[in-house]
Design a protein around this ligand. Structure first.
Ligand code: ZN
Length: 91
């Protein structure tokens, strides 16, 4: 059985474009992961079987249905992580 949460791909796909709007937000791997996790925990998971259909066709469909909601959740997560980054402080 092959299951995949497409919401995960979708959030990762949109992460960069949202981060561009927040030049002050750290984009180290730790912060990027925290932002993705925070956003995903506020969004409904969308599980599909990986053995049929193209991922990208599905992402287009998701974009129409959840585009605005996903961007809002990522933006919110960026703000939270900017205020409380968990990465090591640089000396
Ligand atoms: Zn960071």
């Amino acid at each position: 059985m092959q299951l995949k949460n497409y919401m995960e791909d979708f959030v990762l796909q949109k992460l960069d474009s949202v981060l561009k709007l927040y030049p002050d937000c750290c984009d180290c791997p730790q912060c990027r992961q925290d932002i993705a996790i925070l956003a995903l925990n506020h969004l409904p998971p969308k599980y599909v079987s990986t053995d049929k259909g193209s991922i990208y066709a599905r992402l287009d469909q998701m974009s129409l249905t959840y585009g605005v909601e996903v961007l809002e959740e990522i933006a919110r997560a960026v703000e939270v992580v900017s205020e409380h980054p968990r990465h090591e402080e640089k000396p």
